[in-house]
Design a protein around this ligand. Structure first.
Ligand SMILES: *[C@@H]1O[C@H](CO)[C@@H](O)[C@H](O)[C@H]1NC(C)=O
Ligand SMILES: *[C@@H]1O[C@H](CO)[C@@H](O)[C@H](O)[C@H]1NC(C)=O
Ligand SMILES: *[C@@H]1O[C@H](CO)[C@@H](O)[C@H](O)[C@H]1NC(C)=O
Length: 287
């Protein structure tokens, strides 16, 4: 009888030990989570299964290369490639433009509207340039993760086909944060004012999230287009049938619906630049 009792107690102790062990290993695991809380919860990796990995990079010296025609004939490629980390936007190519824009691409911030282009050229983007990090932003109806977001679904297919590709989505919360920042800076509700944030805006925020020091190349300031003798350059350096950059910016600034407030955004960057380590080159901004 006593032996029976002893066995029960022993069993009880073993069960306790098992629970304790599980608990301790979970704690050790959450030690890992403490580290990942230093990572950036605004950018989540697109992976089959549980999406709980966040962008976890930090760089001292970043180059943010705009897609503006200002980059043409500037010969800044070598200088750009010297940066620790080179950030580009959408599908802005380097091939054929190396002398002006460099040939290194560490990360691309990509609009949901450009994702079909990446898919059409998947060999280039996801095999030849597989070391590049892709961060995609888009509205909820395109990026929702419940199977009803067409762009998210397409990206998930890429993640399954190319498991090594580092694909991230800007989270819904982060996009709301960006809207709040816009509203805070301008006093206008982004949506009610009929505007969409540009890829440039998300890129600037991301750069400030991951870089200590940002050198921005080819971005004009908010008074540039108002000056009589401004340079007429293509809106994008890589588009042949080109639209003048300032005409594009002015049209968008005035658009009642669906416009990007490129010029307003530039005024916001100028305020940030005076507080953080953000520098503008070609043209350079006097802050
Ligand atoms: C990039 O340019 C450097 C020299 O500027 C060269 O050594 C390197 O091979 C180039 N890399 C690619 C991927 O083209
Ligand atoms: C809005 O601006 C105020 C004052 O400048 C600042 O304290 C606050 O953090 C800002 N909020 C956001 C979401 O940027
Ligand atoms: C804006 O850019 C123009 C042309 O590059 C320059 O002349 C002007 O000083 C700049 N303004 C500010 C406030 O940086």
């Amino acid at each position: 009888m006593n032996l029976m009792k002893f066995r029960w107690i022993l069993l009880f102790v073993i069960v306790l030990l098992v629970f304790w062990y599980n608990y301790m290993t979970k704690l050790a695991g959450s030690g890992g989570d403490v580290k990942s809380s230093l990572s950036l919860p605004g950018y989540v990796r697109i992976t089959p299964g549980k999406m709980d990995q966040f962008l976890d990079i930090h760089n001292k010296q970043c180059a943010l290369v705009s897609s503006s025609g200002q980059m043409l004939n500037a010969g800044l490629g070598k200088e750009i490639d010297k940066a620790d980390f080179v950030i580009r936007m959408n599908n802005a190519p380097t091939q054929g433009f190396e002398r002006d824009v460099g040939n290194k691409t560490s990360l691309r911030v990509v609009s949901h509207t450009t994702v079909p282009w990446l898919l059409k050229n998947e060999i280039h983007y996801f095999q030849q340039s597989a070391s590049t990090i892709y961060v995609i932003w888009g509205p909820e109806n395109k990026m929702r993760q419940d199977g009803k977001g067409p762009i998210f679904n397409a990206l998930m297919k890429v993640a399954k086909k190319y498991p090594n590709v580092k694909l991230y989505a800007v989270t819904r919360k982060k996009i709301q944060d960006c809207d709040n920042i816009f509203q805070n800076e301008t006093g206008k509700n982004r949506m009610q004012s009929g505007a969409f944030l540009s890829t440039g805006f998300f890129t600037m925020i991301l750069a400030m999230d991951i870089c200590d020091n940002i050198q921005v190349y080819g971005m004009i300031n908010d008074s540039y287009c108002g000056q009589v003798k401004h340079k007429r350059v293509p809106y994008h350096y890589y588009e042949k049938s080109w639209i003048d950059e300032c005409r594009m910016y002015n049209a968008h600034e005035k658009a009642r619906h669906g416009g990007h407030r490129f010029i307003t955004e530039k005024a916001i960057y100028a305020r940030w630049a005076s507080q953080k380590h953000v520098y503008f080159k070609n043209p350079s901004w006097a802050l």
